[in-house]
Design a protein around this ligand. Structure first.
Ligand code: PAF
Length: 283
């Protein structure tokens, strides 16, 4: 596995591969890799000839007062894991090389980014969309794989790829969970033992919603209300940021769950962590 810091070097290698008809798979990450990332790498590896994993704690997707400095980092362990999962290249650039000179070129996907996490994190998706566009232009992959835990992020990326005609397949990978249901996240390390014990209740709320839909409930406000009540009762140390039922592609709020399905998306503040999760609800 080659470790590359220089964006031009990555572009040189990957564009050469593309010219030779070699299929590149890309897994963008911010590092501190866990089993969720491992499953993204395994999927990309299985569907490509070369695997590029990027590891970049992207400053532009963190707002003021967020956890940019505190974000967990462990390059040595990440490099070992990426290699173990078949990475040919680990791309870990410095911020200055990804944002040379002025950083006033931005990719924005206003509609998809407006709600849910976009409300409390107003610059987040602009940062994600911009860095992912840069990574796609550098690696020119045939396939890029992202986790469905960040379902709004996935919707933002699908929308930008469509709008900018970027020739890449975007694959969403099913959420990987701990045995007790907590969605895997690098930010789970922020949880104290007592917060960690309450965290699986987040997924429990999502399952409750799915059961309500199976039992015939279709009203979004009723379902979201039940989930909020579940969190208030079972996650006393937490505070729900949002519990919303949205369209699976546009991420805009739905009043009812119809044939096309819906996503229940939640974010819960728990201690120093803000945990997100979601589930598909089919009408
Ligand atoms: O999901 C993440 O880890 C990040 O948002 C991403 C896609 C790597 C962009 O920085």
């Amino acid at each position: 596995m080659e470790i590359i810091k220089d964006p031009s070097r990555l572009q040189e290698i990957c564009w050469q591969w593309r010219a030779e008809g070699i299929r590149v798979g890309l897994v963008p990450t911010m590092g501190y890799l866990h089993k969720g990332h491992a499953s993204l790498m395994d999927e990309a590896r299985a569907k490509s000839d070369r695997l590029v994993v990027s590891l970049f704690v992207n400053p532009s997707q963190f707002g003021p007062g967020e956890d940019l400095e505190a974000y967990p980092r462990d390059l040595e362990r990440d490099a070992a894991l990426a290699e173990e999962h078949g990475a040919d290249v680990l791309f870990c650039p410095e911020p200055a090389s990804m944002y040379p000179g002025s950083s006033d070129v931005w990719v924005e996907v206003p509609e998809v980014a407006a709600g849910l996490c976009g409300v409390t994190r107003p610059v987040h998706f602009r940062g994600v969309a911009t860095v992912v566009t840069k990574l796609l232009m550098l690696a020119m992959p045939a396939l890029a794989v992202f986790g469905e835990k960040d379902r709004q992020q996935l919707a933002v990326i699908r929308a930008l790829v469509r709008a900018l005609f970027i020739p890449v397949e975007i694959a969403g990978h099913a959420i990987v969970r701990e045995a007790d249901g907590l969605a895997m996240s690098s930010r789970n390390v922020y949880l104290t033992p007592v917060e960690r014990a309450q965290a699986p209740r987040i997924f429990e709320g999502l399952r409750l919603a799915r059961d309500l839909v199976h039992a015939g409930e279709r009203d979004a406000a009723t379902i979201a209300g039940r989930v909020r009540a579940h969190y208030a009762e079972h996650i006393p140390l937490g505070r729900a940021d949002y519990v919303e039922i949205v369209h699976p592609e546009t991420m805009t709020p739905l009043a009812r769950i119809g044939e096309e399905g819906a996503v229940l998306a939640v974010a819960v503040y728990l201690g120093k962590a803000r945990l997100i999760d979601n589930i598909l609800l089919n009408g």
